[in-house]
Design a binder for this molecule. Structure first.
Ligand SMILES: [Zn+2]
Length: 244
């Protein structure tokens, strides 16, 4: 009697795995194609970057899960649904972590420029606020910050067109406050979810937390010494979306 050896290198190249890997790689390449070809909203850009990463990582994780299952003689070996069930969380985690570290860099590569406004820069630098600010090519007035390994603020062309410099400064201060809101980010439940779910990062751009919003507005008010500009900038943005 010989002990059964589960792992056989040739079974790595079964048709189902080749097909699923090819389909996933195709989706991955397509996401980058869509990202380059169409002018997407910042949210859709982020979604495209994340799906590119997820579908790129997935075949790698399927093959390595297969190898591990085979080596350990586990039943997940050559059981495609089980392999997917094991590979998906790992691939999602890898995507979230990669995105967390590289998303600002990826967004910058995608045609975004450094935000340039001497007056606002001098105002911020004079107060020790050195956050990196980028301009994104979107006609819609949007502003968001990315809290990650390399924090950055993104302000759309549309936003820069409808706001005057004091209002723009207020919006930037509001986003700086978001980047600095580490206290709430460290609340464990929130923190784990933010790190491991790429979808949270996408949702996170929408400022759903009322308390954080208030704190960010208060920060802008404190630095500018008035609530006037944060208020008028919000009004201009909401008027834009309500087609007034
Ligand atoms: Zn906000």
């Amino acid at each position: 009697m010989t002990t059964p050896t589960c792992f056989q290198a040739y079974s790595l190249v079964s048709y189902d795995k080749i097909i699923i890997s090819a389909v996933f790689l195709m989706i991955s390449v397509m996401s980058i194609f869509i990202l380059k070809k169409y002018s997407l909203s910042p949210k859709m850009k982020i979604l495209a970057i994340y799906s590119h990463l997820l579908f790129l990582f997935f075949p790698v994780f399927i093959l390595s899960t297969h190898t591990v299952c085979g080596t350990l003689c586990m039943s997940c070996y050559n059981n495609l649904p089980a392999l997917v069930a094991y590979a998906l969380p790992s691939a999602t985690m890898a995507t979230a972590v990669t995105g967390f570290f590289f998303l600002p860099a990826l967004l910058r590569l995608n045609g975004n420029r450094k935000f340039r406004n001497r007056w606002i820069e001098n105002f911020l630098w004079g107060r020790g606020l050195w956050e990196k600010i980028y301009t994104i090519d979107s006609a819609k007035p949007v502003a968001f910050s990315f809290r990650g390994f390399r924090s950055a603020i993104f302000i759309s062309m549309g936003m820069q067109e409808i706001l005057n410099k004091r209002e723009l400064e207020a919006v930037i201060l509001h986003e700086i406050a978001h980047i600095r809101q580490h206290s709430s980010m460290l609340k464990i439940s929130n923190f784990v979810f933010r790190i491991f779910s790429p979808f949270y990062i996408i949702a996170g751009f929408h400022h759903e937390n009322k308390r954080e919003e208030m704190e960010a507005d208060n920060f802008a008010m404190k630095i500018q010494g008035t609530r006037k500009y944060i208020k008028s900038s919000k009004k201009k943005v909401s008027d834009f979306y309500n087609h007034k």
